[in-house]
Design a protein around this ligand. Structure first.
Ligand SMILES: Nc1ncnc2c1ncn2[C@@H]1O[C@H](COP(=O)(O)OP(=O)(O)OP(=O)(O)O)[C@@H](O)[C@H]1O
Length: 228
């Protein structure tokens, strides 16, 4: 569960990126966060990842108060969140298999666990036949599937996806959305930041709209009111 209350972020130069934001996201929810460029979406994600410190307010993720979290615990905390970005961020000189396996190696999983779990995860994202390919040999949609497999391999409770379809054509974008929905059905909380009106309208999920740092709309099934 994520509980955000009275969250404010003012950057050093005085930009108020978030103002009195209150959001509760229950376990197992699928939520879109949307809003025009500069509205504060990425700031919110960075605060959840503990990459940016709030100016004031409270953020509790799975019973952990981020403000009170000791610095040494932050890497472990981040591993409990899966993260996917617009630009995939794959390791270019590693194969599909190795990109996913690497995320397990860094936390010290045994070779046996890796040999079992990576093929299962590649099957889940529909990439079993391309496990030996390098990122440059894959389409954008396929690269994003690898990134999703990597984000999920350590079984995070929450998946944060920041514009996951921003670099994809509409067909691939909808395929990725279908995959995120499948992941959500298996129990992972999924939070997707997107600009795309089409995706938000089609998916019929909860939509939180941020405008100039404030939550202006939070509705089930597409309460989507801003103009670009
Ligand atoms: N490190 C920073 N220092 C100062 N101001 C910042 C910093 N990061 C973001 N901002 C400002 O905070 C505001 C919100 O930015 P943020 O990146 O959170 O918006 P966004 O909704 O994610 O935008 P986009 O959709 O374009 O990614 C903007 O006015 C931006 O210029």
């Amino acid at each position: 569960m994520i509980e955000i209350s009275k969250l404010t972020k003012t950057y050093d130069r005085g930009t108020k990126a978030l103002k009195d934001v209150n959001i509760t996201i229950d376990d197992g929810e699928f939520v879109f966060i949307t809003g025009r460029s500069g509205s504060g979406k990425s700031t919110l994600i960075k605060i959840l990842l503990k990459e940016v410190e709030p100016t004031s307010g409270r953020v509790v993720v799975n019973d952990m108060d981020l403000r009170k979290m000791p610095r040494r615990y932050v890497p472990k905390y981040r591993r409990r969140l899966g993260v996917v970005f617009q630009d995939f961020r794959l390791l270019k000189d590693k194969t599909v298999y190795e990109n996913v396996a690497f995320a397990q190696r860094v936390i010290g999983e045994s070779s046996r666990t890796i040999r079992e779990s990576v093929p299962q995860m590649l099957k889940m994202v529909g990439l079993s036949s391309k496990y030996k390919f390098f990122p440059h040999q894959l389409s954008g949609g396929e690269q994003q599937r690898v990134a999703i497999a990597r984000a999920l391999i350590n079984r995070p409770e929450i998946l944060l996806a920041d514009e996951p379809t921003g670099n994809l054509d509409p067909h691939n974008a909808m395929e990725i959305m279908g995959l995120l929905e499948k992941i959500n059905r298996r129990g992972t909380t999924v939070i997707v930041v997107t600009h795309s009106h089409e995706i938000v309208d089609l998916m019929k999920k909860r939509v939180i709209t941020i405008d100039r740092g404030m939550v202006v709309c939070d509705e089930e099934e597409s309460g989507y009111h801003y103009e670009d």
